[in-house]
Design a protein around this ligand. Structure first.
Ligand SMILES: *Cc1c(COP(=O)(O)O)cnc(C)c1O
Length: 423
C-alpha cells in the first residue's frame, strides 16, 4: 500500500538548491487541519484544552500554528518552560508534567504560573519546601499498575513504568493536598503510547472518570480537570487505519455523560497533552542517496543518519520511505537504508522493498514530525539538520537553521582550543 507525501520531487529539488539535504520539512496545511479536527472533536466540553507536548517538536514556529487553535504547552523540563515563556505562553496555558523533577524546574514552573502535575506523592513535601507554599491548583499523575488492555490486547505495562502515584497514594495525596489548602485538583494519566485505535482514550477516560468520582466522594477534593495526556498514535505503516479523532471525542463524551455528569461532576474540564498525533504525520525527513553498496546485502547510504531520526535505531520503529519520482514504480528491490554512524543499528530501514534506487535520488522518510528532530543527538560529531516549514501557498520558510561545527564546539568556548576550532 502507498503513503502519500506532502511534497513532490519537483518541490524538493527546488528547495534543495537553497537548503541542502538532509532536512526536516513540515506541512502547515496538515498541521492546521488536524488541530482544527481535534478542537472540534472535544468542543462538547467547554473547558477542553490541548497542551501540546513540547518535547515532541520543540519549534516555536510550529507551536505557534497550534496556538491559533487554542493549544497551550505541556512542558517537562527547564528549557521547555523557557521556550514556552519566550513564545508568550504563560500561566495556565502551561502544563508542567515532569518526573524526577529538579527543584529549580518547579521554581520556574511556579514563577510562570504553570499548572504543576506531580509525578509522585513525595513531591508534595518537596514542592512545598521548594516554593515555601503550595499552588491553589495541583494535578497528580496516576499509575493504576498492572497492564493496560483494550479487550484482550495488552497495550502497555503501567506496573513497570516509573511514572505516577499508586491508587492508594492518589487518595492519600489528595487528602494531604486538600488539608494543606489546595483548592482545585487535576488527575493525569498516560497509560499506553502510540495507540492506533479509537478505543484508547474512551477506555482511559472511563478509568479516570470513575477514579475521579471516588476521589471527590472520599476526599471532598474539587476535581477541576482530567488530563488524558498523550498516547493517541499515528499509522506509521501504510496498512494501518488512522485514528478518527471525531469518533474518539464522541466516545469520550459518552463516557463523560455516563460517569461524570450522572455523578454531578459535569463541570470537569478535559485536557489532552498530545504530541505525536499533532505533528507526527506532518513532518518528514528528506535525505539523498549518496552511496550504494553491494556486499552480503544491498545497502543504500543516505546523507541523514540516526542523529537526525533516532526512532528506527532506538526502537526498531518503522518509518515508511518514499523514493521521490518513483512513487508509481514497482517495489521489487530489497535494501537496507543506512546512515553514516559507526553503529550498525544506524539504519532507517532493514530489508525494505523499494523501487530500484539510484544515487542522487531523494527519499522522504515519513511521519518524523514528532519525536524526530527533537530526539536528535550529536554522536560521531554529526550535526543536526535544518527544519523547514512548507506553507499552504507552497512557499518554504526556514524555521531552524542547520547546526554548524561552531554549535558543536560551543561548549569549549571557555577554553583556548575554541578559537582554533571555529576560526
Ligand atoms: C511524551 C508525553 C506526552 C506526549 O506523548 P505523545 O505520545 O507524543 O502523544 C504527553 N504527556 C507527557 C507527560 C509525556 O511525557
Amino acid at each position: 500500500m502507498k503513503k502519500e507525501t506532502f511534497v513532490t520531487q519537483k518541490q524538493i529539488e527546488e528547495i534543495a538548491k537553497t537548503y541542502p539535504t538532509p532536512f526536516y520539512i513540515y506541512d502547515e496545511k496538515g498541521i492546521r487541519e488536524n488541530a482544527l479536527a481535534l478542537k472540534k472533536a472535544f468542543s462538547w466540553n467547554p473547558g477542553y484544552r490541548e497542551f501540546f507536548a513540547v518535547k515532541a517538536t520543540p519549534n516555536p514556529f510550529l507551536i505557534n500554528l497550534l496556538r491559533e487553535y487554542g493549544c497551550g504547552c505541556d512542558c517537562s523540563s527547564y528549557t521547555e518552560l523557557l521556550l514556552s515563556d519566550a513564545m508568550g505562553v504563560k500561566g495556565e496555558d502551561i502544563m508542567f508534567s515532569s518526573n524526577d523533577t529538579p527543584a529549580e524546574e518547579y521554581r520556574l514552573a511556579a514563577q510562570l504560573g504553570a499548572t504543576i502535575n506531580l509525578d509522585d506523592i513525595t513531591h508534595i513535601p518537596f514542592l512545598e519546601k521548594t516554593l515555601g507554599y503550595l499552588p491553589k491548583t495541583i494535578s497528580c499523575r496516576y499509575n493504576p499498575g498492572g497492564t493496560f488492555s483494550l479487550g484482550t490486547d495488552i497495550m502497555d505495562n503501567p506496573g513497570d513504568a516509573k511514572y505516577g502515584f499508586t491508587t492508594e497514594q492518589m487518595f492519600e495525596g489528595f487528602r494531604i493536598l486538600k488539608q494543606k489548602g489546595v483548592e482545585n485538583f487535576g488527575i493525569h494519566a498516560f497509560l499506553a503510547s502510540n495507540t492506533v485505535t479509537n478505543e484508547y482514550y474512551p477506555t482511559l477516560a472511563r478509568q479516570l472518570f470513575e477514579l475521579a468520582v471516588k476521589l471527590q466522594r472520599e476526599t471532598g477534593a474539587h476535581i477541576a480537570f482530567i488530563n488524558l495526556s498523550g498516547g493517541i498514535g499515528i499509522p506509521y505503516r501504510p496498512d494501518q487505519t488512522p485514528n478518527d479523532i471525531a469518533v474518539i471525542g464522541e466516545e469520550v463524551r459518552k463516557v463523560y455523560d455516563q460517569v461524570l455528569k450522572s455523578a454531578g461532576m459535569g463541570d470537569v474540564a478535559i485536557y489532552t497533552e498530545l504530541g505525536r498525533f499533532m505533528m507526527g504525520p506532518y513532518g518528514a525527513l528528506v535525505t539523498k542517496v549518496i552511496h550504494q553498496k553491494h556486499i552480503y546485502k544491498e545497502y543504500l547510504g543516505v546523507d541523514a543518519c540516526a542523529v537526525n531520526l533516532m526512532r528506527p535505531a532506538m526502537y526498531g520503529a518503522y518509518h515508511h520511505i518514499t523514493v521521490l519520482g518513483k512513487e508509481d514504480a514497482a517495489c521489487d528491490h530489497v535494501y537496507d537504508v543506512t546512515g553514516s554512524l559507526c553503529e550498525n543499528n544506524d539504519k532507517f530501514a532493514v530489508d525494505r522493498m523499494l523501487p530500484k534506487v539510484d544515487i542522487g535520488d531523494y527519499m522522504v522518510i515519513h511521519d518524523a514530525g514528532a519525536h524526530g528532530y527533537s530526539m536528535g543527538y550529536n554522536y560521531n560529531g554529526k550535526l543536526k539538520s535544518a527544519e523547514l516549514l512548507l506553507h499552504e501557498d507552497g512557499t518554504v520558510q526556514l524555521i531552524r537553521r542547520a547546526e554548524t561545527p561552531a554549535d558543536y564546539f560551543a561548549t569549549f568556548d571557555c577554553f583556548e582550543i575554541y578559537s582554533k576550532l571555529v576560526q
